[in-house]
Design a protein around this ligand. Structure first.
Ligand SMILES: Cc1cc2nc3c(=O)[nH]c(=O)nc-3n(C[C@H](O)[C@H](O)[C@H](O)COP(=O)(O)OP(=O)(O)OC[C@H]3O[C@@H](n4cnc5c(N)ncnc54)[C@H](O)[C@@H]3O)c2cc1C
Length: 403
């Protein structure tokens, strides 16, 4: 098992890790697939960027400033995978809602045999070299290397024949970078649902090679061929975009309330930074941990990250902060907005997932109280999301051709 990762949920720690990684970024393309103790050859930036304690733009700019583009193209491409998955899910949100619905249903519907396989998988006692160690590593550290995530998901689905939805739930429970889009859609990709006809089958020799022989399952222990998993096609929706009328009415001199949530914790950078914020709400909705299915470690870390982002926002805007944990966040936000006599609240719009569900409830509660809720979206997302309609490579070409 790898050494536990030290992950401090602050922007300062994110920037320090980025600086530490930049000299290594030049070797990323050749070394990134090797899964080594302590994960020295990858950035390990995902828990920070997932909470936007660090912005994708900052990572790409820093990598490109330090190295010629060709040297870091692979790394930059990986950073954009995150954007691609998010943009894709915004256009097919049912991939998330179906998964949420399936997790509860499938847990109750397992056969006795599947139940004991699931228990063995979750306890790290399947006897499959590598798989059992990754289970323990994930629970102990909240992190797994990308290659280990792919092998794990493949063995879960095709060797253990467990529903992919339950594997995705296990990851989402424990990953400190747990992200609805990257996680759900990567599991779907391994299962062959994301790119129809294309599955990912883990091979024993590939695992042995890329773990320097640390994990050497027997070929006979792993499924040698995938099987097809079917689903109804996902409906495509018109994704949310910023409303020009709302933007035009948002004045920099207006006194506003700001809602800060853990999907964007660098609000002092970017679109909202120039506004005149009177007061900030960063209350933690107590029921979200159970609803989302997060481990205690994920919940604790997310709250600590929220606290770091809120402190920086408060210092930047010179605004006071309300951050009492709330049984119902929408009620708490309306109370706070009324107490401060706010006419408008602004926030970055959360992405498809549990924070968007909170945001929708807040929006309707504020509307009932006669208070406007104005969403913003970062230019990065507005620019790239519309291109995430088909596969990754047309998406990447759209970025490259824009320079
Ligand atoms: C089954 C499965 C589940 C996953 N679940 C998540 C998840 O919940 N959250 C998450 O952030 N990533 C997820 N990933 C993607 C990827 O494994 C992680 O982003 C990556 O391992 C994070 O480590 P790193 O920061 O060292 O990445 P690096 O290799 O250093 O890459 C730099 C950054 O690029 C982005 N990135 C890299 N690879 C991918 C990828 N394949 N997809 C999307 N973004 C990528 C991340 O933001 C990462 O921080 C999943 C992958 C698989 C196969």
């Amino acid at each position: 098992m790898s050494v536990p990762l030290a992950f401090i949920p602050t922007r300062a720690a994110a920037l320090a890790r980025l600086q530490e990684f930049l000299p290594i970024a030049g070797r990323y393309a050749t070394d990134r697939n090797f899964v080594r103790p302590g994960h020295p050859n990858i950035s390990r930036l995902s828990p920070w960027v997932q909470k936007r304690l660090l912005l994708e733009q900052e990572i790409v700019d820093a990598a490109r400033a330090r190295w010629p583009f060709e040297t870091v193209e692979k790394f930059v491409q990986e950073v954009y995978w995150r954007t691609y998955w998010k943009g894709w899910l915004e256009q097919r949100p049912e991939a998330w809602s179906r998964w949420v619905e399936a997790v509860a249903r499938l847990r109750d519907a397992l056969s006795a045999g599947q139940r004991s396989t699931l228990e063995a998988a979750l306890a790290g006692r399947t006897g499959i070299a590598g798989f059992d160690d990754w289970t323990k590593e994930l629970v102990a550290t909240g992190y797994l290397h990308n290659h280990a995530r792919m092998w794990f998901a493949s063995i879960w689905i095709f060797t253990l024949k467990l529903p992919w939805e339950l594997g995705a739930a296990f990851f989402y429970e424990h990953l400190l970078d747990g992200d609805v889009a990257s996680n759900t859609l990567s599991w779907r990709w391994v299962a062959g649902l994301q790119t129809p006809g294309k599955t990912y089958v883990a091979k024993a020799d590939n695992i042995a090679h890329y773990t320097d022989g640390d994990h050497a399952p027997q070929a006979s222990q792993l499924a040698s061929a995938p099987f097809a998993i079917k689903e109804e096609p996902l409906p495509k929706v018109v994704a949310w975009t910023e409303d020009p009328a709302q933007l035009a009415s948002l004045k920099t001199y207006e006194r506003l309330g700001l809602w800060v949530h853990p999907e964007d914790l660098a609000v002092e950078q970017g679109e909202l930074a120039g506004l005149k914020i009177q007061t900030i709400n960063a209350s933690w909705p107590k029921p979200i941990v159970k609803k989302a299915g997060w481990s205690e470690a994920v919940a604790t870390l997310t709250q600590a990250a929220l606290s770091d982002g809120t402190s920086r926002a408060a210092a930047h805007f010179g605004a006071d902060v309300s951050a009492e944990p709330a049984d119902d966040l929408s009620v708490a936000i309306v109370d706070w907005a009324q107490k401060h006599q706010l006419k408008r609240v602004v926030a970055y719009r959360p992405f498809v997932g549990p924070w968007l569900a909170e945001a929708r409830a807040i929006e309707s509660a504020l509307a009932q109280a006669g208070i406007t809720f104005t969403w913003r979206r970062r230019a990065w997302d507005s620019r790239h999301f519309p291109h995430a309609t088909r596969g990754y490579f047309p998406f990447w070409e759209s970025i490259k051709s824009a320079g």
